[in-house]
Design a protein around this ligand. Structure first.
Ligand SMILES: Cc1cc2nc3c(=O)[nH]c(=O)nc-3n(C[C@H](O)[C@H](O)[C@H](O)COP(=O)(O)OP(=O)(O)OC[C@H]3O[C@@H](n4cnc5c(N)ncnc54)[C@H](O)[C@@H]3O)c2cc1C
Ligand code: SF4
Length: 464
């Protein structure tokens, strides 16, 4: 084994990045890429692509090509399994790296960074071309929703010779990648660059068109041979405790999307701003962490992120042995920028002054942890009640499922107990991405689309 280590800090200095909305990560140099891809070459049995990457990216082969400076070959292998590596190489939590064989006793290979280098080199050198299209089948498909799932679906079906039209209610395509994920994680030019290629390849976009309002789903059924519902999970989880109706308590997505729209110039001002405010973010996940980074850039006075769960262990818990996705503390680039994290905190109520929120009342929890390290049950710690000052509260507790109105209602689609849509393939109506699987990840939304696209293709060619 060589003695080259993983490079753990590849972010721009905190003091610099807090002054702008640019991506926090820098790109690796040529020398760094060569050394890091070399770490991959020492692996005996790779688990990264089979168990780790939901797309099955052929990681060892890609990295071998990078090691030999064969960038065009690396791109060819990468794009054979992945429609949009430019998105995943920026925002994927990289389950491949958790399953990396070097992660057993050492640090994983920098798979996501190597992926980013391959895709950026491909765009710079012109290897990323307009997707080739098979001979036209004469079949037309409507895709509702332009998140990663809808985009992948349209791209795949278009390349198979079907005519794909994407309907999107927002003014621009991209779904949560454009209106949820902050620019400091992914610059929106990255989405625009891909949309241009898709348009040139023949995919049609009708943005600013809400299905169920501007255009009926019945019209889509009459006009298209198949309909794919890729609307994501829009129902945000609420916190119905006393004081919830005070002003300045918002869903995280409303907050993040208003900032993203301001950065892109879609609207002049940030609708909801944390500037000069004591901000409390409820929810310890990625969306909460995105709110931390956004509030710090908006110059919040203080930022506190609360989670009902206990603080996970620093190292992988025994409950999730390698190569499983580990239960362990995740510290994002936003957490490294500032703010405080409060664990085992249960929200009891909100306090208010003149109709606006002024504080969050909480109690601490004592968690019972299993022998393997998994949190099991909790009880409230007596006498631990306290009030945390807040004049802006952001609810980042995830999403409950698909909206029962709109396309789901009009197309008479069943919504399961988990709030997702299985679709009705026998009627030529398919669902994919978060709408079908529940709230997930960009990489999983794309992987799900690849799976469902083959079923749509079969339906279009052979019928139900
Ligand atoms: C704040 C935030 C941060 C996240 N960060 C990450 C991350 O770092 N990494 C990661 O992998 N994942 C992240 N995720 C999750 C990821 O964004 C989603 O899993 C992914 O975008 C799901 O893709 P999708 O295409 O299924 O749905 P979405 O991206 O939700 O797209 C659905 C689209 O359908 C449109 N739509 C809905 N109804 C209609 C209608 N009636 N008519 C027309 N259009 C409609 C919506 O406007 C939207 O554009 C994050 C999510 C959030 C909220
Ligand atoms: S898409 Fe995600 S899991 Fe797959 S190789 Fe890239 S970073 Fe790893």
């Amino acid at each position: 084994m060589n003695n080259i280590n993983r490079i753990n800090d590849i972010t721009r200095p905190v003091s610099v990045r807090l002054e702008d909305w640019g991506e926090v990560e820098r790109r690796l140099t040529h020398e760094e890429l060569s050394a890091q891809s070399g770490r991959c070459m020492e692996c005996g049995t790779p688990f990264c692509h089979g168990i780790g990457c939901p797309l099955g990216n052929v990681i060892p082969e890609i990295n071998a090509a990078v090691k030999k400076d064969q960038w065009q070959l690396a791109w060819k292998i990468l794009s054979s399994t992945s429609c949009f590596p430019e998105f995943t190489s920026r925002v994927c939590p990289a389950p491949c790296e958790n399953a990396c064989t070097r992660n057993i006793d050492c640090e994983s290979v920098m798979i996501r960074q190597l992926e980013k280098a391959v895709v950026e080199t491909a765009f710079e050198r012109g290897y990323a071309e307009i997707a080739k299209r098979a001979e036209s089948t004469g079949k037309k498909v409507a895709v509702i929703g332009s998140g990663p799932a809808g985009l992948a679906m349209a791209q795949l079906l278009n390349s198979l010779g079907h005519s794909a039209t994407v309907f999107e209610k927002n003014d621009k395509a991209g779904g949560l990648m454009r209106y949820g994920i902050p620019d400091f994680k992914m610059d929106k030019d990255i989405i625009d660059r891909r949309l241009e290629l898709m348009k040139l390849s023949g995919v049609k976009f009708r943005c600013g068109t809400e299905i169920g309002k501007d255009v009926s789903a019945a019209y889509l059924r009459r006009t298209f041979d198949a309909v794919v519902v890729a609307v994501g999970t829009t129902l945000a989880r609420d916190l119905n405790v006393p004081g919830r109706t005070f002003k300045n308590i918002h869903f995280a997505l409303d907050y993040l999307s208003s900032q993203n729209r301001a950065v892109s110039g879609e609207c002049k001002n940030t609708g909801i701003s944390a500037e000069g405010k004591d901000v409390v973010i409820i929810g310890g996940g990625d969306t909460g962490s995105d709110c931390v980074g956004t509030a710090l850039r908006q110059k919040a006075k203080s930022v506190v992120q609360m989670d009902i769960m206990p603080e996970p262990p620093e190292k992988r818990s025994y409950s999730t042995p390698w190569p499983d996705w580990p239960y362990q503390l995740k510290t994002s680039s936003s957490h490294n920028e500032g703010g405080t994290r409060l664990w085992s905190s249960m929200i009891k109520s909100f306090t208010g002054v003149n109709g606006a929120v002024s504080g969050v009342e909480t109690t601490s929890l004592e968690w019972e942890i299993s022998a393997e390290g998994k949190p099991l049950r909790f009880r409230e710690t007596e006498g631990s009640a306290k009030t945390v000052k807040a004049d802006l509260v952001l609810l980042a507790m995830g999403f409950a499922g698909v909206s029962p109105t709109g396309p789901a209602e009009e197309l008479e689609l069943e919504i399961t107990g988990r709030g997702v849509l299985p679709g009705a393939p026998e009627r030529g109506i398919f669902a994919c991405g978060d709408a079908r699987t529940g709230q997930s990840l960009v990489v999983k939304a794309i992987a799900d689309s690849r799976l469902i696209a083959s079923k749509v293709h079969d339906y279009l060619i052979r019928g139900a």
